[in-house]
Ligand binder design. Sequence first.
Ligand SMILES: C[S@@+](CC[C@H](N)C(=O)[O-])C[C@H]1O[C@@H](n2cnc3c(N)ncnc32)[C@H](O)[C@@H]1O
Length: 312
Amino acid sequence: MQTSEHICRKAERTGRNMEPGMRSLLSDNSRYVEAFRLFLTNSTEHQCMLQFIETRLPDIVSSIGNGGSAINVLGVGSGSGEMDLKIFSKIQARYPGVPINTEIVEPSPEQLLSYKERVARTPGLADIHFTWHKKTSSEFELKVKEEKSDKKYDLIHMIQMMYYVKDAPATLAFFKSLLAPNGKLLIILVSGNSGWSTLWKKHGSRLPLNDLCLYITAGDIADILSSEGATFQSYELPSDMDITECFIDGDRNGDLLLDFLTETCDFNKNASPELREEIMRDLQSPGCSAAKDGKRIFNNNLSALVVERDEV
Ligand SMILES: C[S@@+](CC[C@H](N)C(=O)[O-])C[C@H]1O[C@@H](n2cnc3c(N)ncnc32)[C@H](O)[C@@H]1O
């Protein structure tokens, strides 16, 4: 079982042995966006989330709210809101005619703009009131504490964002404290049994680290929650990613996918031959991928954790 101290020590360790000459993919925004889009094209990332929202979310939201006059939702790291709008449609289906007040915490101005544009062109959102906060989760926490706000939320979701917080246990504790009676906190991250986890555990210390706790998985979050006695349910979201092109010399898509997998800008050029060889070999190991129909398929499994409000 991992404690918060363990997780943070792990993060400290990962910063120290990075190879010289390598820098984070996030330091080159246009290359990052290109690699991320390719990742979405080559993977079933969004499809598996949509399937979860279609099949599991209706049950999960069936008990939120207090029969009150509105449902309060908080989205943290919502990006361009694609998943958020799917989530709203499930809440609206369960509580027809009940207004939804939603607050979005998202630090990227580009993402906020895309979210607003998406809202503007999507029909059926008249009963949803949006408040946008251009903030990181910790800036939002500070604001709530400064304002001594006691606002509570029926659903809080954090989809693929916990990699970017400095202190995962404190962030979890803060957002759990914002849950209304019957409220739920939904967290989606890569699964502890995904190829990502295998790759990060073995090579995280030699890859560029953008921030503390970057290499956290849903398994780590589940350990923190268990150690605190929190009540939560875990769902596995099977997902895969075609990485065949990574093994074709000089293939641009392969280079970009490799950058995305290693979080490194131009990994093929900048990694040492030893690290490159090890990673290329490990990417083909059963802990990371499998051969299927002549292709190399990476395990991109995600986990969804649904956390209940602590008893008070
Ligand atoms: C991988 S994207 C996920 C977007 C969206 N939730 C989805 O799954 O489609 C991560 C998002 O978290 C945001 N983010 C990064 N650091 C953050 C932080 N410290 N607090 C809140 N959001 C953050 C990014 O701007 C980005 O929009």
